[in-house]
Every structure is written in structure tokens, then in C-alpha cells.
Design a protein around this ligand. Structure first.
Ligand code: ZN
Length: 388
């Protein structure tokens, strides 16, 4: 009996050690398997063909993982070092709050949650285990901590004045601008009063739904895919009032039409695709692309299979060029999806995208807009002013 108790105690210690040491390092590898990185020499040979290019991306899920983006890592796609060495000037970091167990089909119910095991395995604060709002606040705190530990290489942007320094921006010298966004409105726990708390915490952009329909709006992959609900209308008004930018990614077509009718401010889609090139429910029809553009919005093309129906740089280029031909280069941008899954290209391969766009015959000015200037302009125009 005594022997058995020692054995049991031993096993508990072993599992506890695994939980403390081994698991945190492997949660990201398990949930987000990403290919190995190229060498430093290779990167230097691959710099962008345009000098002082300001590159922006509107969708990285990096805050979900254990590592700090202030540290150079070999996991996933993004950290400050890797983004800056790809001439990135601005990155929107999206906090993922929930993801139902089914994220593949066209008719998804709010069942199961893939983020809960991450919060437990990765030892997030216990308050995050069952609170969507706490998950958002915790992920925001990770970005602020990275800013403090970055030696001035990362700046969290809260208002348009914070972007002012972009006029003298220079790759490798300037900080990377970071903007906080929310993937889905779950972080509000569907109470509009919580929107103000999330805004106070630094969030400046929010989607109204993720994979399933919410009390605010239908999702493009939801069970019913309805438009804006009455509460959704109130939410849009409040977002407009306080300066929380509306991200229409993942919304049902009906809901996007409703949002465009109601909003007094331009909207954007942080990570999407072109339906006529890649006919998936989450991708935008030509009509919606035109309407979003007409209202001063921008379209971020995702680097993942569901957005571009392929896994190659050429698939990404085709979708970007399509939107440019449809509504003009000033409305297209990058919406990678760094740090969730294998993608068409990694940050290190962004110079290949610049080259490919120039090769397609786009002017230098158009390429600069698509690679980053559009996003910078959009946030300069739509972030709240200081003190408002
Ligand atoms: Zn998404």
C-alpha cells in the first residue's frame, strides 16, 4: 500500500511538471502547426524591392499563444523581430475569444469551445476559464507587457495622434505600431455596456460575429445567417459614437448590408476573400466589395486557403489584383491570419509579394498602397482623436 502511495505521489509530481514546463511550450505547436523559418542570410537577400516601404497587416492571432512577441521566437509566424525585419510598420493584433468545435462547415452552431483548453493548458488567469471578457482583457495585457519589454520597438496605438510619427517612419529604426482588435463580439458577453470597458482596455476594432450567429448579428457560417438584430443596431451606434472601428469579417451577407446602411463611419474587413474567385460564404461578393469601398472602407485579403482557394503566393496575388481592378488599389490591403495555420506566405516572404505585384504591372504607388499605406490611412482617418 505504502509503495502504491509513493508511486501515486510520483506520478502526480511528474504530471505537475509536465503541466508547468512542457505543456506551455507545446500548446502553440499543437494548435497552430507552422512550417520552419528560413535563415537570416536568406532574409537579407530577400528585402523588399522598394525602399522605405511601410508594410501593414490587419490580422494576426499571435496574442493567443504563450510566448511574448517581444522575444525573438521560432514558433508560429510573428513576433516584433520578424515583423520589423519584413519592413512591417503596422500590425493589427486580433484577440481570439472563442472558437466552436466545428469551424469548417457552412452551418455552425455555438457548440464546444476550442479556446477553453488553451486557457487551462497555457495557465491563463483562472478568471479567463469561463469569461469571454476576461480573455480579451488578458490578451490586451499581453500586448502592453510586450510593449514595455520591447525597448521602444513596439508602440500600442490608441488614437490617431499615436500614428503621427509614421510620417518619419523608417524600417528597422521605428517602432512597430500595434492596434488591438477583437475577433467576434463575444468579448462583450453580448452586453453593450462591456463595449466601453473593452474600448478603455485599448481595443479599437471589433467583429460582430465569429463562426456562429450571435445576439448582435448573423455569421457567414452561422446556422441562420440573419442580418443585424435590434441589439446589433444599438451596438453599431455605440461603436460609431466611441470610435470602435467595425470589422465586417465573418459577418453574414445580410448583416454586412445592414451594417453598411446604418453606420456613419467607414468599415473594413480585416481578413476575407473574393467570392467570385473563391466561392466560400465568408468571402465578399463584388457588390459588397464595391459598397465597402464606396463608403471609404478597405478589404484585407487573407493568406489562408478559405480566403484564396489555394496555398500559393500566386493565389493571393490574383485576389489582390482582382479587388484592385474592381474598386482601385486604395481599397485593398493585407489580412494575413499570421499564427493560426500554414499560410500562403510568412512575414519573411512579404518581399516576394511586393515583387509579384510589381511584376503584375501595378505602379509603385499602387504597390505601396496595398502593402501598407492604405491601412495606415484608414486608421489615421478612423481612430478616435486623442482625448475624445
Ligand atoms: Zn477569423
Amino acid at each position: 500500500m505504502k509503495k502504491f502511495l509513493y508511486f501515486l505521489a510520483g506520478m502526480i509530481v511528474v504530471f505537475w511538471m509536465l503541466y508547468l514546463v512542457v505543456l506551455p511550450l507545446n500548446v502553440e505547436k499543437y494548435f497552430s502547426p507552422v512550417e520552419a523559418l528560413p535563415s537570416e542570410e536568406w532574409l537579407i537577400a530577400k528585402r523588399h524591392p522598394l525602399s522605405n516601404l511601410f508594410v501593414s497587416d490587419m490580422h494576426a492571432d499571435t496574442l493567443l499563444w504563450h510566448r511574448s512577441i517581444a522575444e525573438k521566437s521560432e514558433l508560429g509566424h510573428a513576433d516584433i523581430h520578424r515583423l520589423r525585419s519584413a519592413s512591417m510598420g503596422l500590425q493589427v493584433f486580433m484577440s481570439v475569444i472563442e472558437a466552436p468545435k466545428d469551424v469548417e462547415s457552412d452551418s455552425i452552431a455555438q457548440e464546444g469551445d476550442q479556446i477553453t483548453p488553451i486557457t487551462i493548458l497555457d495557465k491563463w488567469p483562472a478568471t479567463t476559464f469561463d469569461s469571454y471578457k476576461q480573455r480579451a482583457l488578458y490578451q490586451a495585457s499581453k500586448l502592453y507587457k510586450a510593449e514595455v519589454n520591447s525597448n521602444g520597438k513596439l508602440k500600442v496605438v490608441l488614437n490617431r495622434e499615436d500614428l503621427g510619427a509614421s510620417e518619419s517612419w523608417e524600417a528597422y529604426q521605428s517602432p512597430l505600431f500595434a492596434i488591438l482588435g477583437l475577433e467576434g463580439a463575444h468579448a462583450t458577453e453580448f452586453d453593450i455596456a462591456n463595449l466601453d470597458i473593452l474600448f478603455e482596455a485599448g481595443y479599437r476594432s471589433m467583429e460582430l460575429a465569429h463562426y456562429s450567429d450571435t445576439p448582435f448579428a448573423g455569421s457567414s457560417s452561422g446556422m441562420v445567417k440573419y442580418g443585424l438584430t435590434k441589439n446589433g443596431e444599438k451596438l453599431i451606434q455605440r461603436m460609431n459614437e466611441i470610435g470602435m472601428i467595425i470589422d465586417v469579417a465573418h459577418l453574414s451577407q445580410k448583416a454586412i448590408i445592414d451594417v453598411l446602411e446604418l453606420t456613419s463611419k467607414p468599415v473594413y474587413s480585416s481578413h476575407t476573400g473574393v467570392f467570385s474567385k473563391c466561392p466560400k460564404a465568408r468571402n465578399l461578393s463584388d457588390d459588397l466589395i464595391k459598397q465597402i469601398a464606396e463608403q471609404g472602407g478597405i478589404i484585407g485579403i487573407g493568406f489562408f486557403k478559405d480566403a484564396i482557394c489555394g496555398e500559393l503566393l500566386s493565389d493571393l496575388v490574383e485576389s489582390i489584383v482582382f479587388v484592385r481592378d474592381l474598386v482601385g488599389a486604395q481599397h485593398v490591403a493585407l489580412g494575413s491570419g499570421w499564427d493560426v495555420a500554414p499560410l500562403a506566405i510568412t512575414p519573411q516572404q512579404l518581399p516576394d509579394l511586393t515583387r509579384a505585384l510589381l511584376k503584375q504591372g501595378l505602379s509603385e504607388q499602387e504597390v505601396r498602397m496595398i502593402m501598407g499605406d492604405n491601412v495606415l490611412r484608414f486608421f489615421l482617418n478612423n481612430l478616435p482623436a486623442k482625448g475624445t
